[in-house]
Design a protein. Structure first.
Length: 201
């Protein structure tokens, strides 16, 4: 979606855009349910940067390096939570990769590389051709999706299917990003076999 780069008239513009975004997300899930593919869909919503926590002289907000990513699935065991936090000036806190709690001493900022690395593992794309071509060297493993518990569940049930549903929001610094095209390719590869295909503008 375009239009979020609001260096002027920020509030009025963003209110309309977020209403449209919410309606679009709802429509996507409705179409997915109608096509019987909702339990195979992962929706990722994010931006390459966010807006400043203060206004400029034109009632707008400029670019800010702290942002968020929303990951949604149907009935996930890891859903309905927020991971990451900021101070009152919207500066990211350090987060412990194992506990996902604030850890000023031993934690790190959550970067896009951490989210994408975790998504690859969650979606079964780790150690594939995509993973080999775009390495996240030195990126800590954040347990956003409860891999250990899920692995045990899969062994016990022999289904290989994790429970799906709601959403979670990893938040952190938007620096050290990867090319947006890589994520699009990654999502496209995942959905190649879905019939019918649900496409968004």
């Amino acid at each position: 979606m375009l239009g979020f780069d609001t260096h002027s008239n920020h509030d009025a513009t963003h209110e309309a855009l977020f209403n449209h975004l919410n309606e679009s997300i709802d429509l996507l899930w409705t179409l997915a349910e109608n096509a019987n593919i909702a339990d195979r869909l992962t929706v990722i919503i994010g931006s390459d940067f966010s807006r400043t926590p203060h206004y400029n002289d034109n009632a707008g907000k400029d670019h800010w390096a702290i942002g968020s990513v929303i990951v949604m699935e149907k009935s996930p065991s890891w859903g309905n939570r927020v991971i990451g936090s900021t101070d009152e000036g919207q500066n990211a806190h350090n987060i412990n990769p194992n506990t996902l709690a604030r850890d000023d001493a031993d934690g790190t900022h959550i970067y896009p590389k951490h989210v994408h690395k975790a998504l690859r593992r969650h979606l079964g794309l780790e150690n594939t051709e995509v993973d080999q071509d775009f390495k996240f060297l030195g990126a800590e493993d954040f347990d956003f999706f409860g891999w250990a518990a899920k692995h045990v569940d899969r062994i016990n049930s022999q289904t290989g299917v994790a429970p799906r549903g709601s959403c979670f929001f990893p938040s952190g610094a938007i620096a050290d990003s990867i090319p947006l095209g890589e994520l699009s390719y990654l999502i496209g590869k995942l959905n190649d076999d879905l019939e019918p295909t649900v496409a968004t503008g």
